[in-house]
Design a protein around this ligand. Sequence first.
Ligand SMILES: NC(=O)C1=CN([C@@H]2O[C@H](COP(=O)(O)OP(=O)(O)OC[C@H]3O[C@@H](n4cnc5c(N)ncnc54)[C@H](OP(=O)(O)O)[C@@H]3O)[C@@H](O)[C@H]2O)[C@@H](O)CC1
Ligand SMILES: Nc1ncnc2c1ncn2[C@@H]1O[C@H](COP(=O)(O)OP(=O)(O)O)[C@@H](O)[C@H]1O
Ligand SMILES: [K+]
Length: 524
Amino acid sequence: MFNLESPLPNTTTRHEQISRVVVTAQQMRDIEARIFAGGMPVAALMEKVAGLIARRIIELYPRSHFPCIGILVGPGHNGGDALVVARELHFQGYDIVVCCPFSKLKDLTAQNAQYVKSLGIPVYEALEPLAKCAVFVDGLFGFGLERSLASPVDRIVDQLNEWSQPVVSIDLPSGIHTDTGEVLETAVQATQTFCLGLWKIGLLQDQALDYVGQAELIDFDIPIADIQAVLESPKIQRITPQSAIATLPLKRSPVTHKYKQGHLLLICGSRRYTGGAILTGLGARASGVGMLSIAVPESIKPLLSAQLPEALIVGCPETASGAIAQLQLPEKTDLRSFDAIACGPGLTVDAKPILQEVMNSDRPLILDADGLNILAQMGTIPTLQRRQAPTVLTPHAGEFKRLFPDTVDPTSDRIAAVRAAAAQSGAVVLLKGARTAIADIDYVWINPESTPALARGGSGDVLTGLLGGLIAQATTKHIPLLEIVASAAWWHSQAGILAARDRTEMGVDAFTLTQYLISVMRSN
Ligand SMILES: NC(=O)C1=CN([C@@H]2O[C@H](COP(=O)(O)OP(=O)(O)OC[C@H]3O[C@@H](n4cnc5c(N)ncnc54)[C@H](OP(=O)(O)O)[C@@H]3O)[C@@H](O)[C@H]2O)[C@@H](O)CC1
Ligand SMILES: Nc1ncnc2c1ncn2[C@@H]1O[C@H](COP(=O)(O)OP(=O)(O)O)[C@@H](O)[C@H]1O
Ligand SMILES: [K+]
């Protein structure tokens, strides 16, 4: 089990420790300052970093197929890195052409520019002379970018984006805000981004993803002690396979029985939205939950029974519109009979009384879809403040804005938004998206790997069921809530990735997704 107190548990490898860390531009500056204060020469670090980048470029773009490389150089140390890469690739036999549209460079960058020129490598202010290059390296700006790109650099970036050759961005695609991932007017659309040293938070924000391409970390041996000194109590972490499977698959005692493996109540579906209830049930099935009860409107009970023969389907009285009118649990059962309750998919907002009832229960509660829309109508914060037990909210950006209209806009900074929402509400908030972010009052976890194949109706319902089933089991095993929510998000997206690999991104409908969930556990 991973330790939420520290992302750098000393029981794991350096690679694992480093790959969980996420930093802002300021934190990266502070970490670098410590390394330099410790005595590491700036030029030596630049040599080391650029050497690693050059080696990776040679692997990805061998000279036999990519004989000419264009290097874009900015005024700071991102440009310095690029110039050292230029020099190293030149000595490896590549034809190098440099574009540096700046007259004033930082000292170390200027020195490297001078040496590159002395080697006979052509350096231009314009981009046009680089048109025939087979690959580009973008070293215009890294985490030092503080304002929008101005002329002529903005036009150079736009021109580069119109060409079809691959582009490798050093540290960040130039033009992307290091913390929010915002595109500052214009930005380089990279094929690959080699993030240097530690993951910059902006690379994990949805709005940057069209520009980042394939992101990979170039580890240049930042001492763990310097990271820990700056991130005393690290608040934001990347989910890694190792952190996710620390809890999965959930262990079973040989003498367990079904009621010890968690009992989940799903409350979902309506006459209008039957499929959502089925998908939620199939997501819960894959979680391995010991007992599954599903409350639905009476009229759709036969459909659910046919799809989920192992579940106890509870038919409830329904409104004229076909929504659940009231919960009618079997005799001798009340909400305390369950280890967790998940409520919302396909419910319609006509099921409002149901939400009031589950809000009053003392069981962990997962709310999704119409469960969230009803909560927004009831007043998110005051309603949640009355809860006696943990609540997990799983909104997409639209639902998030309805729930938390007065907090940070998730379209401008998803990580700040999810953090603020968790702090205000006391709930665990899972903000869905390409890079799902999950926060409780203290910590944020970001799911760094997913697939757009999941952008499809019903895939969120699958997550709700999976999450509900895992939480019902985690409750009986005393696994911390945030850990299990992060593991569920990882599991769900990994199933999407596996399914897309087998069936293409077009082939991952929500039902198919449910069929891939177990394969993720088998392959990890
Ligand atoms: N130190 C090392 O050895 C290591 C460094 N590393 C590398 O250093 C990078 C960070 O370097 P950095 O701090 O020099 O910042 P960087 O992003 O290159 O550019 C800032 C420069 O641009 C300017 N500027 C800003 N905005 C602008 C705009 N819109 N339009 C025009 N100009 C603008 C700003 O000047 P200003 O005018 O604001 O004074 C400043 O001069 C990092 O990403 C990584 O690649 C790592 O490899 C680790 C080892
Ligand atoms: N571009 C994307 N990349 C990766 N995952 C995505 C993307 N778009 C959506 N998803 C994931 O798909 C799911 C969609 O959920 P949701 O919007 O609730 O859909 P529905 O309500 O139709 O089930 C979420 O888990 C979300 O994180
Ligand atoms: K860059």
